[in-house]
Design a protein around this ligand. Sequence first.
Ligand code: PLP
Length: 375
Amino acid sequence: MLMIPGPTPVPENVLLALAKHPIGHRSGEFSQIMADVTANLKWLHQTTNDVLMLTVSGTGAMEAGIINFFSPGDRVLVVHNGKFGERWAEVATAFALDVVEVTAPWGQPIDPTAVKSALNADTTKAIKGVIVTHSETSTGVINDLETISKDVKAHGALMIVDAVTSLGAVNVPIDAWGLDVVCSGSQKGFMIPPGLGFVTVSPKAWDAYQVAKLPRYYMDLGKYSKGAAKNTTPFTPPVNLIFALQAALIMMKAEGLENIFVRHQRHMHASRAAITAMGLALYAPEGHGSPAITAVSSVEAEQIRSVMKKKFDIVLAGGQDDLKGKIFRIGHLGFVCDRDILTAVAALEATLVELGHTGFTPGAGVAAAAQVLIK
Ligand SMILES: *Cc1c(COP(=O)(O)O)cnc(C)c1O
C-alpha cells in the first residue's frame, strides 16, 4: 500500500488499460484517444492553454518549463522553501540562467510579501520569470500561489509553477490565476504510473518561446503543440500510459473537480487530527499543510517507517536531505479513499504501541480521523 507522494496507488480500471496491446501511434484510433485525452486534460487544468505531454518524470517537465522560454543569462526569481524548490534553482543554474532567490526555511510557507518586495525592487524588469513550487512535497507545506501569482502578473514576468503534487489534488485554476507555465507528472495526482510529464503554455509564454535561445530538441514544446493540434505527438509516445491516462481522466470527470479537492482536504484534516491525537508533532504549521501530503516530526521516523512496512505493508516516505531521520511523510494524493486513511492511522497507532509509545490512548488517532471523515 503506497502512501508516498508518488508513485501513488493506481485504480484497477487504469491497470487494465495498461495491460492492453499497444496500438500504432500514427493510427486514427490513437488520434481519437489523443483528442479525448487533450480535451480532458484541459478540463483538469482549468485552462484553454495548451496542455502538452512529454515522456518524462516531473523533473523533465520542469526542465522543459525552463529551456523553452529563456535565453542564457536571463534572470529568474526562484521562490523556494524545500527540496523541490531548490531543484528549480539547480535546473535554472544548469542552463546558465541568472538565478535570484526568495526563500523560507524548510517547513515554513513562503511569505508572499517577500516575493512582492523582490518584484517591486526590480524596476528595470530584469526578472523574466518567477518560479514557484505550489505544494512543497519535501515538507508537506502549501504555498499561497494565488497571492504570489497576482503580484507576478502585475510585474509582467512569466509565472512558472511546479504543480506536481497540487494538480489533481488542490484547486489550481490556471486561467483564472494567469499561470503561464504549469508543470506536473503522471505518478502524482493523475492516478497512473510514472512516465508522463505535463506542461501548460499560455499565449504569453509562447511569445517568450519565440525569442528564447536555450538549445532544445526532444523537449521543444513547439513540436508537441504542432502535434497536439493534429491529435498526434512528434515522437513515439508511451501509448499504454496514454490509455491509462484516458481511463484515469474519465474517473476524475465522474468524481468532479470540486469533489476531488474536498476529498484531499478531508484526508489532510483527518491525517493531521490523527497525528495530533497520537501525540506526534506535525511538521507543517496549521493552515499551511498540503492536501497531498502530511509530514510528521519524529526522531523515530525511520523505525516507524520500517515497522509500517514490515508489519502492515504500508509504505510511508522519509525525510530528504537534512530532514532524513527527522520526519516521515504520509502521502494522501490521487487514488486514496477514507478507508485508506483509517487503515494507515490504525497501523500507525499499532506501530507506536510496538515502539513503546505510552503518551497516547490507543484508538485516539482513529477516533480523531473518524470524526473528521464523517463530518
Ligand atoms: C515528485 C515531484 C517532482 C518531480 O519529481 P520526479 O521524480 O522527476 O517525477 C517535482 N516537484 C515536486 C513538488 C514533486 O513532488
